[in-house]
Design a protein around this ligand. Structure first.
Ligand SMILES: [Zn+2]
Length: 945
């Protein structure tokens, strides 16, 4: 059924690659009303719930723009669009190459992303606006086809500009931690092999642009971003070399030297990690985000990454008695966790789809014995759980302001404990081991200060303490309730442990080291502080630090040297409220009326057996609700029969509709390498309903129902038949000149993230499709066809996984001969087949088979033992086994072989060698093919924050 799928290949490929929106925006965005208004330079598009923020955003945007455009010497050429939504609780924003920024407003815990003290909307707008200004100004002719210019600007430089000119503060979380470790580990690479690559990329960029401003305080970016080479392309390095007295290479060397001196000097005046306390053995991970000791048993719960290959943070339990680590959950874990008093359950925060199809955080619990996971709070932007008796205490975000709440787990009553307002932010809620007092840290963006709070659970008293330094993870001493342990970001740079005396307000230093650490818990048995220490980029350790220890002090000063560094700023602020008035009234914003061009890609077509030119166009509104994919392939011999197609995808809250018309040449199937060309005229309509899983982003399913009307003409029938006449092994009769095929189809697809061990790819896919073709619909052939397939990847460890694939197809009735079922050989690619990779799982191919074998029923089973050699190469050993049969006849084939898959750029190249197990005299078979990779999605967006 390749002809019908061809249009789908195009749709699937372009939608998943170019339209990043369905990946980023939750379904709820399609089900709400949007409004808009214009200011002088901006169009603000927003949903009703966030109206107050949206009205402010226009004024803020104008103010930020006036400052930044002057400083950078860059301007927008036309009115720029800013989307504001609070549907999803995602502390982020992104800038697209398509003239718009998208910002999630009213988010929780944003200061862990941006280290400024400003309110989120202002900070994120200032950051994204820099991206937008740069992106719009480096565009050239190539961007008419494809947003390619932005790829010529190194991402670290892009992020560096955004952080610096977005007025962010250089500090521990925004740079220092990551650059410090990279310098000390003598490894500044941010390759995909490293666990902290994203954060380090931001850190390097930020410090480079800071350093550039230190060396050349008066430079303007206008010329830097207006540079174009001979072919009209932007090129960062060439532009830099032209606009500065030193080359970019020399500049980078100078920058590296400056950073080396600072960090090594700082390290020389600090304690070694090994001196801090005793290392807790057996908890080994490349990254540990948080850890808590079980108050009821010998063990620890921790969230982190055990392997460099891990794609996200996972929740583990380490049983100290049996030295065993147990996997509990993954997907959307934010990092906070706490035990109940008996130590039987862990409560943790998870980002997930709510029942209303938005993305939110909620508190989940996992039972250590049964491993069963339950959602405790319901769709309420909740995080930071602690448990006292039957009460769950947590923070809840309401329109950007966070407060402490109490949910009684028995009677389900929810009570608000605190009364903070104006976007107050709460983090790091902890409870002392007596379960009487709660501590948490906060950011008060109104007065731009961090601090910490103590909440006495027994008498309801709340004490708020402001601090000059940034404080995280406050903990009450086990033996003295007047003493608090604090993780202090000293001048927002070095991070150390201090104790704080509530009676006299005095700090006492406990550590004097230079790396990042965080105090997570007290070991109540010996009063030691459970501390995560990061001494290496790819190794985190847990230390038990004595709270009474006296730190070592080293003579010498580094402050003067680095003070200069911290003082390099943009020289402007966004506080003077020079605000423009609105020019237009708010109006409803209909996305269907704002579909615009996203891409026009030149694209090769195979028309009447000749390679021919053409293009694929992709048009969409900015949130991906309405999408049009169209293409044109020029037929040199017969322009009237040029190929074209138009396909439409509409998404709403409940379902997707796909409809299209395609007039297209395609290669139907290969019989002994003789290409059969058909021209297909098809109408297609499909409705599908996606089902969301509230517990995991990994799980998804979809029901679909559709109708296809095909009219086919065989183009090279005579040549083809002549070719076949010479080969008696091919059993094909009565190849029609043309035929009509009309069919109704039903499909169901589901994916489950199965039990995880270490491997990033564990999953189980199930797919069923039933086709019904009948003369009643006007079809020339009556048949029913069933395709059932499963695809299962089981992780063994970080390096190895096993893949099991089953594909069963059954036909009853009659079908056009060229569409018969059978075992297919894995074809090397011609131009258009590049896209078939997307439906690879439903193709009953055998690696090694030299020609197709047809019959009414086929079963293909594949077993692969896969070895991840590194992020760009995977090796696999496979056994492909196929059976093809009907009432009278059957054939079974088995192949064994080795395959390598190489990731390069946007494609995956596979090459292999195989041999038939029962007919060794057939010798070896070599093959190769190309598939598109899915990671392209990330190329087109610029995740801010
Ligand atoms: Zn950014």
């Amino acid at each position: 059924m390749k002809k019908i799928l061809l249009a789908v290949f195009l749709i699937v490929f372009f939608v998943s690659i170019i339209s990043s929106q369905p990946e980023l925006l939750s379904r709820k965005n399609y089900g709400i009303n949007w409004y808009h208004y214009n200011t002088e330079n901006f169009k603000i598009i927003y949903n009703k719930k966030v109206e107050a923020s949206a009205l402010k955003a226009g004024r803020l945007a104008e103010e930020i723009y006036s400052k930044q455009s002057e400083k950078l010497g860059l301007k927008f050429k036309k009115r720029y669009k800013i989307y504001i939504s609070n549907i999803d609780d995602i502390p982020n924003g992104f800038t697209t190459p398509f003239n718009y920024i998208y910002i999630w407003a009213d988010v929780s815990n944003y200061s862990t992303i941006l280290t400024g003290y400003d309110k989120w909307l202002k900070s994120v707008l200032a950051h994204e606006m820099v991206h937008a200004l740069i992106m719009e100004n480096i565009k050239g002719w190539v961007d008419f086809f494809f947003p390619g210019s932005i790829l010529a600007l190194p991402r670290e430089i892009n992020e560096g500009f955004a952080q610096f000119y977005g007025n962010e503060n250089w500090g521990a979380e925004r740079g220092d931690i990551y650059l410090n470790l990279a310098v000390k580990n003598n490894d500044l690479s941010h390759s995909v092999e490293t666990i902290d690559r994203g954060k380090l990329l931001y850190a390097k960029g930020f410090s480079k642009i800071k350093y550039l401003n230190m060396e050349y305080p008066d430079f303007k970016s206008t010329k830097l971003f207006k540079y174009r080479d001979f072919f009209g392309f932007f090129n960062w390095e060439k532009s830099f070399n032209k606009n500065f007295p030193i080359s970019y290479k020399t500049f980078c060397n100078n920058w590296e030297k400056y950073m080396n001196v600072y960090y090594n000097w700082r390290e020389g005046l600090s304690e070694r990690s090994a001196e801090l306390g005793t290392k807790i053995k057996n908890i080994e991970a490349v990254y540990i985000k948080s850890i808590k000791k079980n108050p009821g048993a010998e063990g620890f719960a921790f969230i982190g990454k055990k392997s460099k290959n891990s794609s996200d943070n996972r929740l583990y339990y380490f049983n100290q008695k049996f030295k065993k680590i147990k996997y509990l959950d993954s997907g959307g874990l934010t990092g906070d966790l706490n035990f109940n008093k008996s130590g039987t359950k862990i409560y943790f925060t998870k980002r997930h789809y709510t029942s209303k199809k938005a993305i939110s955080t909620d508190i989940f619990s996992v039972d250590l014995k049964t491993k069963s996971i339950e959602q405790t709070t319901l769709d309420c932007k909740a995080s930071n759980p602690v448990i006292v008796n039957d009460d769950l205490i947590f923070s809840k975000n309401n329109k950007g302001t966070m407060n402490l709440y109490n949910l009684n787990l028995k009677n389900k009553k929810l009570k608000k404990i605190t009364d903070f307002n104006n976007k107050f932010q709460i983090f790091d809620i902890n409870i002392n081991y007596k379960f009487s007092k709660i501590t948490f840290s906060f950011l008060d963006p109104d007065i731009k200060k961090f601090g910490f709070c103590i909440f006495n659970y027994q008498n309801g008293k709340l004490t708020k303490i402001f601090t000059e330094n940034k404080i995280r993870y406050p903990l009450i001493f086990p033996d003295n309730e007047n003493k608090i342990l604090l993780t202090v970001f000293e001048n927002n740079l070095r991070v150390n442990l201090f104790s704080y005396n509530l009676e006299n307000g005095k700090h006492r230093r406990i550590t004097n080291q230079s790396n990042f650490l965080k105090a997570m818990d007290f070991d109540s048995t010996d009063g030691k502080i459970l501390t995560i220490v990061q001494e290496s980029r790819n190794k985190n350790e847990i230390f038990a630090v004595d709270k009474n220890r006296i730190p070592k002090n080293y003579p010498g000063k580094i402050r003067e040297y680095y003070k200069k560094w911290l003082e390099i700023k943009t020289g402007y602020s966004f506080n003077n409220r020079n605000l423009k008035t609105r020019r237009e009234q708010n109006k409803r914003y209909n996305h269907a009326l704002h579909i615009n061009k996203k891409l026009i890609l030149p694209y090769p077509f195979n028309i009447e057996n000749k390679l021919s030119g053409g293009f694929v166009g992709y048009f969409s509104d900015d949130i991906g609700k309405n999408t049009i994919i169209t293409y044109l392939g020029y037929n040199h011999k017969d322009p009237i029969n040029s190929n074209y197609g138009i396909n439409f995808i509409y998404r709403n809250y409940f379902f997707d509709i796909k409809a299209g018309f395609n007039y297209l040449d395609f290669q139907n199937s290969d019989y002994l390498n003789k290409e059969l060309m058909e021209r297909n005229e098809s109408y297609r309509f499909e409705i599908s309903i996606p089902i969301y899983d509230n517990k995991s982003f990994f799980n998804k399913s979809e029901w679909g129902l559709g109708f296809v009307d095909d009219k086919n003409i065989v183009i090279n029938r005579d040549i083809y038949n002549d070719g076949l006449a010479n080969n008696s092994t091919i059993n094909l009769q009565n190849l029609p000149e043309g035929y009509n095929a009309r069919k109704l189809f039903f499909k169901y697809y589901s994916r489950k993230g199965t039990f995880y061990k270490n491997f990033p790819d564990n999953r189980f896919d199930f797919f069923i499709k039933i086709d019904l073709s009948n003369s009643f619909f006007g079809s020339d052939y009556n048949y029913e066809k069933i395709n059932l397939s499963t695809d299962n990847i089981i992780g063994v460890n970080d390096k190895y996984s096993i893949r099991l694939n089953f594909n069963f197809e059954m036909l009853s009735g009659e079908i056009a001969p060229q569409n018969r079922l059978g075992l297919k050989y894995k074809k090397s690619n011609s131009s258009i087949d590049l896209f078939s990779g997307y439906l690879y799982t439903s193709e009953p191919t055998l690696r090694g088979l030299e020609h197709n074998i047809f019959n009414d029923k086929t079963l293909v089973q594949k077993l692969e033992i896969r070895n991840i050699i590194n992020k760009s190469i995977m090796g696999l050993l496979f056994i492909d086994s196929g059976a093809v049969w009907d009432k009278n006849d059957y054939e079974i084939l088995n192949y064994i072989g080795i395959e390598f898959k190489f990731n390069f750029n946007i494609y995956k190249l596979a090459a292999g060698i195989s041999r038939r197990t029962d007919k060794l005299d057939e010798g070896y078979n070599y093959y190769w093919y190309i598939e598109p990779r899915k990671y392209l999605i990330n190329m087109f967006k610029n995740i801010g924050g």
